[in-house]
Design a protein around this ligand. Structure first.
Ligand code: A3P
Length: 296
């Protein structure tokens, strides 16, 4: 049992030009040498962009009919191992993946595109990238860092807000992350780039798009069932999806399934912060075709 009170908060450091913490770099060699298989599916996101949501959708699409008991007996972080996670005595993400009995393997990563092990590209693996508008992403990340003792100390909201704009977050700058993956899509066609806001707006439509990318054709009934199962309230109360079984998180501070909304940033950013953010955003974002919605 991990004692969350005694665990010191990790420090950020520069790692190949990206701010990281040691839990995600300590296994670097093994992760870089990870042998992807052609049918592996990588779910890549900046933290708090909807990783768990899409992980649950994919798990249901692939295994919901054949092994429905997975949903009620195996936590999502074991069904979809976190590639770069290294947190002894817990089995590392890479080792979990080696031992995974099911195929295809669904693999979670928060790596910026340049950190992805080369075998994924060599094997032409399917990759699903989920992006979320920066304001809600930042708010979600703040609450997460408050409740998760294996994240750096978030400080107060204002300092967190400044550091988000500076890219001083675990896995680096949000701007670099979403743009780097967006650029990759131009040369590597096996990426499905999707948005949290679209999922909120019409989950069924986004599941349809995922199915056509993955070459799956579930019945309308099955799709409807999945859409229901991954609704926020259902995932929030499902202990195998809501991270309540993980010892390092303090749910008294904030639950993992916090709000699941578009536009919650309005409850956090002051008018001045919002103006500062918009100005900074226009300077930083250089991908005119990459558009985000901060409300729907
Ligand atoms: P909030 O903190 O804004 O509520 P990740 O899985 O990448 O860590 O992202 C977590 C965020 O996704 C949290 O955002 C969480 O509530 C939201 N989320 C998870 N499952 C969801 C669902 N089924 N519907 C809507 N939002 C969901």
């Amino acid at each position: 049992e991990i004692d969350k009170l005694k665990l010191p908060r990790p420090e950020l450091f520069d790692f190949h030009g990206v701010q990281m913490i040691h839990y995600f770099t300590d296994n670097w060699e093994a992760v870089q040498n990870f042998q992807a298989r052609p049918d592996d599916i990588l779910i890549a996101t900046y933290p708090k962009a909807g990783t768990t949501w899409v992980s649950c959708i994919l798990d249901l699409l692939y295994f919901g009919q054949t092994s429905p008991e997975r949903q009620t007996s195996i936590p999502i972080y074991e069904r979809v191992p976190f590639l770069e996670m290294f947190f002894p005595p817990i089995l590392s993400g890479a080792d979990q993946l080696e031992k995974l009995p099911t195929t295809p393997r669904l693999i979670k990563t928060h790596f910026p595109v340049q950190f992805v092990p080369k075998s994924f590209w060599e094997q032409n693996c399917r990759i699903i990238y989920v992006a979320r508008n920066p304001k809600d992403n930042m708010v979600s990340y703040f609450h997460f860092d408050c409740m998760n003792c294996v994240e750096p100390d978030p400080g107060d909201w204002n300092s967190f807000f400044q550091r988000f704009m500076e890219g001083k977050m675990v896995f680096g700058s949000w701007y670099d992350h979403v743009s780097g993956w967006w650029k990759k899509k131009q040369t590597y066609s096996n990426i499905h780039y999707m948005f949290f806001e679209d999922l909120v707006e019409d989950t069924g439509r986004e599941i349809d798009k995922l199915c056509s990318f993955l070459g799956l054709s579930p019945s309308a009934e099955v799709k409807q069932q999945i859409t229901g199962e991954v609704q926020f309230d259902n995932m929030k109360k499902n202990s195998m999806a809501n991270y309540s079984t993980i010892p390092v998180m303090n749910f008294k501070i904030s639950p993992f399934m916090r709000k699941g909304k578009v536009g919650d940033w309005k409850e956090h950013l002051t008018v001045a912060q919002n103006e500062e953010f918009d100005k900074d955003f226009r300077n930083k974002m250089k991908e005119p075709t990459l558009q985000f919605r901060t409300e729907i």
